[in-house]
Design a binder for this molecule. Structure first.
Ligand SMILES: NC(=O)c1ccc[n+]([C@@H]2O[C@H](COP(=O)([O-])OP(=O)(O)OC[C@H]3O[C@@H](n4cnc5c(N)ncnc54)[C@H](OP(=O)(O)O)[C@@H]3O)[C@@H](O)[C@H]2O)c1
Length: 230
């Protein structure tokens, strides 16, 4: 099969629920590489505006319609919104790949970054626990700031890495493809129990833990292999 036909055949529809800093960046990356996206936001207007900007491969929908029509669902929401929203749509998530970029991050009264969960509890464990048994969960796309995710795509001469964590082979295959499509090299950090390593603040493989660095594959393999601190 010619390359373009093979790419088309493998094309998935990705629902992005939440089109703020992170969700909009991801939507732009995917559409730039011919991937269809369905966009949903709280009041719908931001999703509509982004769909208009991105053209025919993007459309806005309600959360329910976006999830129903998608192969992959990215919840680009704050953790509190995840906790409120996912249980309402859990039945629709059976057999879907569910991508979770959430971080246990908040800001104190001085505007300083703080963790919103205890040190050993990951945001991933909270989100995964909300999903039905048949969902294919993967932690991904949240290990860099939205700005770095936007600017670090298709880096030359060596791609920057996006880490992911999952126990699910189908989710791993899908996320590797989406990470490559977005312009990064994928690297598995471990199973779902390792999701905290790529979350920030606190995770040694999150951009915070890597002191802002966007690592290439060699460096990423070395840091994954090193024992996580603590
Ligand atoms: N920003 C970053 O640099 C970054 C980096 C890595 C990971 N993350 C993670 O990504 C997640 C999103 O962060 P963000 O900065 O993109 O947030 P954001 O800019 O505040 O955007 C949040 C989005 O969630 C939507 N939303 C909220 N409640 C909703 C609901 N009930 N139904 C549908 N949509 C709803 C909002 O809709 P409206 O547009 O209608 O308000 C908005 O589009 C967080 O978990 C964060 O930790 C962010």
């Amino acid at each position: 099969m010619p390359e373009s036909a093979a790419r088309k055949a493998a094309r998935l529809t990705t629902a992005i629920v939440g089109v703020g800093n992170l969700g909009s960046t991801l939507a732009r990356h995917l559409v730039r590489r011919d991937e269809p996206v369905v966009l949903a936001s709280k009041d719908g207007s931001r999703a509509e505006a982004l769909a208009d900007e991105l053209g025919p491969l993007a459309r806005a929908a309600s959360v329910e319609d976006a999830i129903t029509g998608a192969d992959v669902v990215v919840f680009a929401l704050w953790l509190d919104a995840d906790k409120e929203l996912i249980p309402q749509y859990a039945r629709l998530l059976e057999d879907k790949v569910v991508v979770d970029p959430s971080n246990p991050i908040g800001f104190d009264e001085k505007g300083q970054v703080m963790r919103t969960l205890p040190a050993r509890q990951s945001a991933g464990s909270v989100v995964a626990a909300l999903l039905p048994a048949g969902a294919h969960y993967v932690k991904a796309f949240g290990s860099l700031s939205a700005e770095s995710l936007a600017e670090g795509a298709y880096r030359e001469p060596r791609r920057a890495v996006l880490f992911y964590a999952t126990d699910d082979d189908a989710a791993a295959t899908t996320i590797e493809r989406l990470i490559r499509t977005a312009g990064f090299d994928p690297l598995k950090a471990g199973g779902s129990a390792d999701a905290g390593r790529i979350e920030g603040p606190g995770g040694d493989l999150n951009q915070f833990g890597l002191k802002g660095e966007l690592v290439d594959l060699d460096r990423a393999r070395a840091v994954v292999a090193a024992e996580p601190p603590g």
